[in-house]
Design a protein around this ligand. Structure first.
Ligand SMILES: [Fe+2]
Length: 263
């Protein structure tokens, strides 16, 4: 009887990879009496509880580390985004506004909280690749020459080069890479069209352009939001996904988006 009990416990522990929680000399112990068996089972129970407690403690401490990492991750994203804006003094607040507009549009489209979070982060970082565009092109007040425009067009791919080695940012690559694609296939860098363009990139394309239209530059005054919405509607189906233009327009008209005119 005693042998059967020990064997059952040991078999169980072997199967659960916990075979080291019983005293090593247990097989040589004299457990012939019922009292011995009860003592052994009690010890087994206590050890098991200890393992569960240790496991819980490890889990809690890993959770704390993960939360710390996530915090550092958000701070890094914000720092990177601000680094881009600091180089182009005329677009102050652009990434922050695009992020808000993208989030309200995603909400209007009924996207999940996870998708909304991903789109927000991608919107915050969409122009991160502009870090590698020379100042004279980035801040040029007149129209870019075709050579300069070719350099400017490298920023989505440059953005990917920056974030691709950061594991937590990898999932943002499609939105960053394709945010200048057009719904009719005339955009860059790959000339994707319609629903081959990832949803996040289609959303960013709309709200990014809207903010550019309504923002003032030293050499031109920004248009009114109403004029911006008209322009989006004019380009729905060619440059933009019409469904996204509609969602952004509805979000805007609902009054949820608080508009602060740029300088
Ligand atoms: Fe861009």
């Amino acid at each position: 009887m005693a042998d059967i009990t020990i064997k059952k416990i040991k078999d169980f522990l072997m199967r659960t990879d916990l075979n080291d929680i019983l005293p090593s000399d247990v097989e040589n112990s004299n457990v012939a009496t019922l009292t011995d068996q009860e003592t052994l089972l009690k010890s087994f129970q206590e050890q098991t509880l200890k393992v569960v407690r240790d496991f819980k403690q490890t889990f809690e401490s890993e959770k704390r580390v993960r939360l710390e990492l996530e915090k550092a991750y958000f701070q890094t994203i914000i720092a990177l985004s601000k680094a881009v804006e600091r180089r182009d003094t005329y677009t102050g607040g652009h990434a922050e506004r695009v992020t808000r507009y993208a989030d309200f549009t995603a909400e209007e489209l009924g996207l999940s909280p996870e998708s909304r979070e991903e789109i927000k982060l991608a919107a915050l970082l969409h122009d991160i690749g502009k870090i590698s565009v020379p100042d004279n092109i980035l801040s040029k007040e007149s129209q870019l020459s075709s050579e300069e425009f070719e350099i400017m067009k490298t920023h989505p791919q440059n953005g990917v080069e920056i974030i691709k080695n950061i594991h937590l940012l990898e999932r943002l690559i499609p939105s960053v890479l394709f945010h200048h694609e057009s719904f009719d296939g005339s955009g860059y860098p790959h000339g994707l069209s319609k629903f081959d363009i990832p949803l996040g990139a289609r959303i960013i394309a709309v709200v990014d352009t809207f903010d550019a239209i309504v923002s003032s530059r030293p050499y031109r005054k920004g248009k009114s939001p109403e004029a911006g919405l008209i322009e989006l509607r004019r380009c729905a189906g060619t440059q933009f996904d019409p469904e996204i233009v509609l969602a952004f327009t509805q979000a805007w008209k609902s009054g949820k988006i608080i508009y602060r005119a740029s300088r």
